[in-house]
Design a protein around this ligand. Structure first.
Ligand SMILES: *Cc1c(COP(=O)(O)O)cnc(C)c1O
Length: 415
């Protein structure tokens, strides 16, 4: 006789999400999620909520693209929809400067590989039609690099991460868009880390035809709700001609449930798959919070608090190599060099959720998603200083306090 193996009820502790993502979900988003009724995916209020989300998303992205909506899942779900227009044999140039653009490159290689190329190396295909431009970790992709590669290879598509979260580097989106326009290439951008953190409008970048982001970073929603995407009419026309081999991640079909049919807004969506009233409700509230604060104001807050955190960790002797405003990526002082992973693990054991880099070299990443207060940053700084001390490192507490106070008090004086 077999005995059922029943585990105790799963308890997941409260943590400080001080990493690259997921961020700290807003209490209003959690309340919206748990407060939704058991409405089905064709209930009038759920359909109305999805249409309202679509309209709010266009404001958040800064676009008039009709095909702007959410893809159920996480960042990779939105990216998979965006890359679905890439067909076997398509010529593509991908810029890789870290973990995430590296995985974008893998996705692109899977889509662009011919059947024979995929069978040759199913988990890591190397199609002849895809050029991966490797840019070293810690270095940003520049407009010059994009110009040179597009001039040389003349692809159909070019792909880049806007903010490469692996190394914390901002890539040159303007240079990318302009080079795409000059060479009549359709740009595709992974904006998973930048949406809701940087002040930008996608309609200012006409060389880019597909954009994808995620729910749980700058948008402060829950993972597995909705990944924002947006496509130009040219992208959709291109896709209509080639088709793509997916039903669930089809940009045109997925848009139907959001009330986008035949390239036009309609009052109500039609069935594509079972959407969740909980997810719709949470996403709707997250977008309301974003628009209430406004993207420009939020971007300023991120820059302000990241500068304070950066100054404080530098006062501990750390070297910061990133330039994103939601994250600092750093090397420990030389006396602790090589012990980054150990330090990250000791912090995580205390539910202080910082991260290492996920590809070489090993560095520490401390994020501030939805932690935009002086008290929250000060708490992060103190916890990090304590972790360094616990490993036998030295931290001059007075110097760190001085750096924090200088960042905050100078800014207050400047107002
Ligand atoms: C986080 C991230 C992803 C992956 O997103 P998931 O939500 O984990 O699926 C992809 N690209 C970039 C740039 C990211 O920061």
């Amino acid at each position: 006789m077999t005995v059922a193996q029943l585990f105790p009820k799963l308890e997941i502790p409260e943590t400080i999400a001080a990493g690259p993502g997921p961020g700290n979900t807003d209490a209003r988003v959690l309340a919206a999620f748990s407060g939704a009724g058991i409405a089905d995916h064709m209930h009038g209020d759920v359909l109305r909520g999805m249409v309202e989300c679509k309209l709010m998303l266009r404001q958040v992205w800064g676009t008039e693209n009709i095909h702007t909506f959410g893809v159920a899942g996480t960042g990779w779900s939105g990216l998979d929809v965006m890359f679905s227009a890439i067909m076997p044999g398509d010529k593509v140039v991908v810029f890789n400067n870290g973990t995430f653009s590296g995985i974008d490159g893998l996705t692109v290689r899977m889509k662009a590989a011919t059947a024979a190329e995929l069978a040759l190396n199913p988990l890591d295909p190397k199609p002849a039609s895809v050029v991966v431009v490797d840019v070293p970790h810690g270095v940003s992709v520049t407009g010059g690099m994009v110009e040179e590669a597009l001039a040389r290879h003349k692809p159909k598509w070019a792909c880049m991460a806007h903010w490469e979260t692996g190394s914390g580097r901002i890539n040159d989106i303007r240079g990318f868009s302009e080079a795409c326009e000059r060479h009549d290439v359709m740009g595709l951008v992974d904006a998973v880390s930048s949406l809701g953190v940087e002040d930008f409008r996608i309609d200012d970048f006409p060389g880019v035809h597909g954009w994808a982001s995620c729910p749980q970073k700058g948008i402060c929603c829950l993972p597995l709700t909705y990944a924002p995407v947006s496509f130009t009419d040219r992208y959709i026309e291109t896709l209509k001609k080639t088709g793509t081999r997916t039903f669930v991640h089809h940009p045109i079909m997925e848009a139907r449930h959001w009330g986008i049919i035949d390239g036009k807004d309609v009052e109500k969506g039609t069935y594509h798959r079972t959407h969740s009233a909980y997810a719709v409700s949470a996403f709707h509230e997250a977008l309301r919070i974003t628009l209430q604060q406004g993207i420009p104001a939020r971007a300023k807050e991120y820059a302000f608090h990241e500068a304070a955190l950066r100054r404080a960790v530098r006062a501990m002797g750390c070297e910061v190599t990133s330039n994103m405003t939601s994250l600092v990526v750093l090397n420990l002082p030389s006396e602790l060099a090589g012990r980054e992973m150990e330090l990250v693990q000791s912090c995580r054991a205390q539910n202080f959720g910082i991260w290492p880099t996920l590809s070489a070299p090993v560095q520490i990443r401390i994020g501030i998603l939805n932690l935009l207060t002086r008290a929250a940053i000060t708490d992060i700084v103190h916890r990090f200083a304590d972790a360094i001390r616990a490993m036998g490192g030295t931290v001059d507490g007075a110097r760190v306090e001085e750096a924090l106070n200088a960042a905050y008090d100078q800014a207050i004086a400047a107002e």
